[in-house]
Design a binder for this molecule. Structure first.
Ligand code: FE
Length: 249
């Protein structure tokens, strides 16, 4: 696992090379504080075994307290049952998706450990330090959250900030990076207003790193600010489409 931040008993690590074949590349993040851990968007069955063994080098599995799901997509929630069966963790997911995830098959004995995040978000305690679940609805899912870690000053932005096809972990040339983000954001992000709400929200946070679930990170204040400015200027989704669709011939 690659270390993003480490100070005293607080550590932020990630792994980015477990997706193979037809799977979209995805980053799996872990935060450990005073021996307690949370895993963010752990992904599906194909990476579950490898991720689980890598995770155990960072935190005693008994102390994996939380599993966070930013939204309901398969690259995030598909292995929910496995994670709940082998840990005692509490999983968090938008209340909008609570009745959908059990369709992946979640045993009766563990389903009660999936906890609804209210629309307005919430703060949890990880080993004595806070973590904030920040609302980022419609980016891209209608019930969607990001994680802000005030200790490391990292915003885990889920699908927002995703890039596809880059061969680096950290964005250093923002302008060169734009073409790797733009098509994804124009099509997967449904609403320009939702982007503006996000910009107005995260400008209240002290951010050193923005870490999306796919592709490269914005590794410092300067790149994170450029990303926020870029989102502020972007038009997306329904707002850049026409007034109707042609009927397929
Ligand atoms: Fe998604």
């Amino acid at each position: 696992m690659i270390t993003l931040f480490e100070s005293g008993e607080h550590k932020n690590v990630f792994v980015n090379n477990l997706s193979t074949g037809h799977m979209i590349q995805a980053n799996q993040h872990v935060i450990v504080n005073n021996g307690e851990g949370i895993i963010l968007d752990p992904g599906g069955h194909k990476i579950y075994t490898k991720l689980f063994s890598m995770l155990s080098t960072e935190v005693n599995i008994k102390n994996l307290k939380y599993i966070f799901f930013s939204h309901q997509d398969p690259d995030i929630v598909a292995a929910t049952n496995g994670w709940l069966m082998v840990t005692d963790a509490t999983a968090f997911l938008s209340g909008l998706w609570m009745r959908f995830v059990p369709h992946f098959g979640v045993d009766e004995m563990v389903v009660e450990r999936i906890t609804a995040i209210p629309d307005e978000g919430m703060t949890i305690d990880l080993g004595g330090n806070p973590l904030k679940f920040i609302p980022a609805h419609f980016l891209h899912s209608s019930g969607n959250f990001q994680v802000y870690d005030p200790t490391a000053k990292i915003l885990y932005s889920g699908d927002l900030g995703a890039s596809i096809g880059q061969e680096y972990d950290n964005v250093t040339d923002f302008d060169a990076h734009i073409p790797l983000m733009q098509p994804f954001h124009e099509r997967y992000m449904p609403s320009t207003k939702a982007l503006k709400m996000w910009v107005n929200t995260v400008r209240q946070l002290d951010i050193e790193i923005i870490a999306p679930q796919h592709g490269a990170m914005f590794p410092n204040k300067e790149m994170s600010a450029r990303f926020i400015d870029w989102i502020d200027s972007l038009q997306c989704g329904a707002d850049i489409m026409g007034d109707s669709y042609p009927i397929p011939a």
